[in-house]
Design a binder for this molecule. Sequence first.
Ligand code: ADP
Ligand code: MG
Length: 371
Amino acid sequence: MLCVRAPGRVNLIGEHTDYNDGYVLPVAISLETRVYAQPRTDALCHIYSETLDEQHVLNLADLPPEQLPDGFIRYVAGVAAMLQQHAGRTLTGVDATICSGLPLGAGLSSSAALEAAFAVLWDALDDLRLERLTLAQLCQQAEHRYAGVHCGLMDQAASLLGQAGRALFLDTRTHAMQHVPLPPDWAIVVADTGKPRALAESDYNLRRAQCEQAVVALQGVLGESVVALRDVSPEQGALYLPLVEEPARRRARHVVGENARVLAFLTALRHADTAQVRALMLASHASLRDDYEVSCAELDAMVEACLQAGAIGARMTGAGFGGACVALVERAHLERFLTDAERRYRARAAYEPRFYACDAAAGASLCPMET
Ligand code: ADP
Ligand code: MG
């Protein structure tokens, strides 16, 4: 019997930057998914999710085609298909059970955790010895092809490459990474507004199109060296963004500013500079609210509640229009913060909030079996 654990993630700063070739700063969190697996002698998989009380059968020698309809098995089938394609052989069948402490569909990337768990499982079982970055890229492909979700690399990278006590700085263009220590006396709180995420695909695609529109306009003045908004410095933004039409101008201003904020945040973290961390998180939230226009009353109320309850900093995290905020909180005040933030949010919003106090966890790994 083998057991694998794979963490969810939350993004500290760098929102809507990943499809602009920009920077992100996720943290793998201590809420995780576990897979318990017994290898078989054939290519069949019986996979049971305790979380959903759902069982599926998969034949690794005859995997279903891409873009499976709904159901968790598409993530597992996708990972198996990508690993098999990469390794050029059929993997070992397993009887497996999935359990999870992660809420599903709450923006903590339970899908990436599920993919990462199976990737690490088969990497060990079939002695593939793949690099973590390769596993992350194969999981990302699985999500693109089998779940039809065109995500960046952030979620899978965080779940597979995270380190305990550290955030993961990722350059989504070059895939360069840095593990950035978090001050040990800071806790990460995920504050779910209870309002379901509702960034419709159409809104998301519209934002992407507006960013591209800004790139084309900026190429007119800055030349072809501007391939994505990542290539525009804040100084260039201040000079040339006024030439771009609204609303693309404001969308681009968010992205250009957000990339700079991620870099500034790295420095602030290194110095445990609470004032600067707070200022950057607040600037990120305001920019997402006013320029990118992806916040909502509940996210704004939650950020406000967290700040008044004494958080070092807080901002919306994830795609927007609902979902969760991330707050950094002094551990010494954590209990009081959680009670106070909840009370303050409830006074402002009609949804049922949930708070998760997390640590920065290590990336997916085999775990010693409990007896
Ligand atoms: P998020 O990744 O933000 O949690 P997604 O919609 O991308 O939200 O992924 C959620 C989906 O991932 C679920 O609907 C389910 O198909 C799959 N999933 C994640 N964790 C589990 C689990 N423990 N058991 C079964 N399916 C899971
Ligand atoms: Mg997901």
